[in-house]
Design a protein around this ligand. Structure first.
Ligand code: GLN
Length: 527
């Protein structure tokens, strides 16, 4: 069977959830098919690694060290695959490839043009992946909204693909918005019509339209969209506003999306949603509840911490526990009374000075009051700093990232990072193995001697201070294979005081919540 393609585009508004829609389509079809997700982003950065999470949401890190769009988090969680950085194609990467080809002489004698040269690079990139992975199905999500200048070349490449792969092997799905204006109280189709028109002007005639809406689309509006946009009425699907994104595959299934895709692509992969339904049921019907303080810097935008939020959802699904996240902005934090109302504290990853003293103070109080604590990357580093200052008596201990002049640099730049000048893609990135200490809590939580988690950092626990910190009672419960890098810490005797240099939230899945989160939630519950 040749590889089949589903191309997902978006219209009307950004932020309608194309990533979730693509991942949900994949989830529906994943029972019998090998599916590869690809995301095309129109910006000129090589990858999102240097972007502020405020602007672009969380930077997702893959096993291979790729820093990619946060939609890859949804893909991995919904499809159960480990993605590769090649599957995130940005316009920055496309131009980088073009420039290298041109310098090499690949285009000798020719004028290098948007069409066919740029569109060829885009298509060949996708076809390369098809050849390397031999999937049954590739889902290509085109970032942005139809009409954006920066996505035109991707759209043109997608249009051309129909000719290359054959019209029976490709389906175009367009996600739009169906508003119900206040006072009018009726579902409106005009934005969808206009957005589909924009797409048609580019030569793409959608086969399926998903209308994001606060209600199920009525038969009338489906008929209208079908009529004006030239699609089968059955191919107009509701993209319902839902409280949690894991419901989307269920909605799509109810709306008959899988069946239409089977027919149009001549595939058969019946959705198996039983376990997923059970998980959602557990999330919806909790029998216990906890509140966790998330002490960070970008807490105004939840997208910055998407994977952490999902990790907690995974715990909810297994423990039938409602988990309220209380977002605490630690810049200029003076009032710590929130600690009276929470069952646990998380200090997530981060960069730079802002907010660090507030976080250190939160960690001190959590440790002294024995409130369950989980430190992720920077959160772990700050826990080591706090311990060095207040237990080991190393006054003014710090990370050289925060205070380059500190007399006790308990966190210091990795030796291999010292001479690196470029900022993009140069951190310690991707999955690395760690050896766990037998008898430690972390070892017990993972139930294994060796684990592999993903990383994104430049600093480490300074080996010069390993002895004094351990003498005073902090346990290094996991280290890199050569024993140099501290990957996991814990303080025995406390209910739960655990940190890791890694980002275990990136590998948490509905079927298998990240062990450190699972253990943390259980500790918050007093289990
Ligand atoms: N800023 C710290 C470092 O680079 C922590 C990074 C992180 O939390 N991802 O080591």
């Amino acid at each position: 069977m040749p590889t089949k393609y589903i191309i997902v585009t978006g219209g009307v508004l950004s932020g309608l959830g194309k990533g979730i829609a693509s991942a949900s389509i994949g989830h529906l079809l994943s029972s019998r098919l090998k599916i590869i997700p690809i995301k095309c982003d129109g910006y000129l950065n090589l990858d999102p690694g240097t972007m502020n999470p405020y602007e672009h949401g969380e930077v997702f890190v893959l096993d291979d060290g790729g820093e990619v769009d946060m939609d890859f988090g949804h893909y991995e969680r919904f499809l159960g695959v480990n993605c590769k950085s090649k599957w995130n194609l940005t316009m920055g990467k496309v131009f980088d490839i073009i420039r290298q080809k041109e310098r090499r002489g690949d285009y000798l004698g020719k004028t290098v043009q948007y069409i066919p040269h740029v569109t060829d690079v885009i298509k060949n990139h996708i076809f390369d992946i098809a050849e390397e992975e031999s999937p049954d199905l590739i889902i290509v999500e085109i970032g942005g909204t139809v009409g954006d200048i920066e996505n035109e070349l991707f759209l043109e490449a997608m249009r051309q693909m129909k000719e290359d792969v054959g019209k029976n092997n490709i389906v175009y799905v367009h996600l739009t918005y169906v508003p119900i204006p206040h006072g009018v109280n009726e579902q409106k189709s005009k934005p969808t019509q206009q957005s589909v028109n924009l797409l048609k002007q580019r030569g793409i005639f959608p086969d399926i339209i998903i209308g994001r809406c606060a209600q199920f689309l009525t038969p009338q509006i489906k008929a209208k969209i079908s009529n004006f946009c030239d699609v089968d009425p059955k191919a107009v699907i509701t993209g319902l506003d839902v409280e949690d994104i894991y419901e989307i595959p269920l909605i799509f299934e109810q709306e008959g999306l899988a069946e239409i895709l089977h027919k149009k692509l001549n595939i058969y992969s019946p959705p198996d949603l039983r376990r997923w339904k059970q998980y959602i049921n557990n999330i919806r019907n909790p029998d216990k509840e906890i509140t966790v303080a998330m002490c960070g810097k970008y807490t105004r935008l939840e997208d910055s911490y998407a994977s952490i939020i999902e990790s907690f959802n995974h715990c909810s699904a297994h423990l039938k526990c409602k988990i309220n996240l209380k977002w605490i902005e630690t810049t200029d934090l003076k009032d710590f009374s929130f600690l009276d109302e929470v069952d646990g504290v998380v200090v997530p990853g981060g960069f730079g000075i802002r907010g660090t003293e507030g976080k250190i103070e939160v960690i001190r109080r959590a440790r002294e009051r024995d409130i369950p604590f989980l430190g992720l990357c920077l959160g772990m580093q700050l826990a080591v700093i706090e311990f060095a200052r207040n237990v080991c008596g190393l006054k003014g201990a710090n990370s050289t990232e925060i205070d380059p002049e500190t007399s006790y640099p308990v966190i210091d730049i990795l030796p291999e990072q010292k001479n690196i000048k470029d900022k993009g893609g140069t951190m310690r990135l991707g999955a690395y193995p760690a050896v766990l200490k037998k008898g430690s809590l972390v070892h017990q939580l993972y139930g294994r001697d060796e684990v592999s988690e993903r990383h994104r950092h430049r600093y480490e626990v300074n080996p010069q201070f390993h002895d004094i910190i351990q003498e005073k009672g902090m346990v290094f419960s996991g280290k890199s294979k050569d024993g140099r890098l501290v990957e996991f810490i814990e303080i025995p005797g406390l209910r739960y005081f655990v940190g890791t240099q890694a980002h275990p939230e990136l590998k948490s899945r509905m079927e298998s919540p990240a062990p450190l989160f699972y253990g943390f939630v259980k500790a918050c519950l007093g289990m």
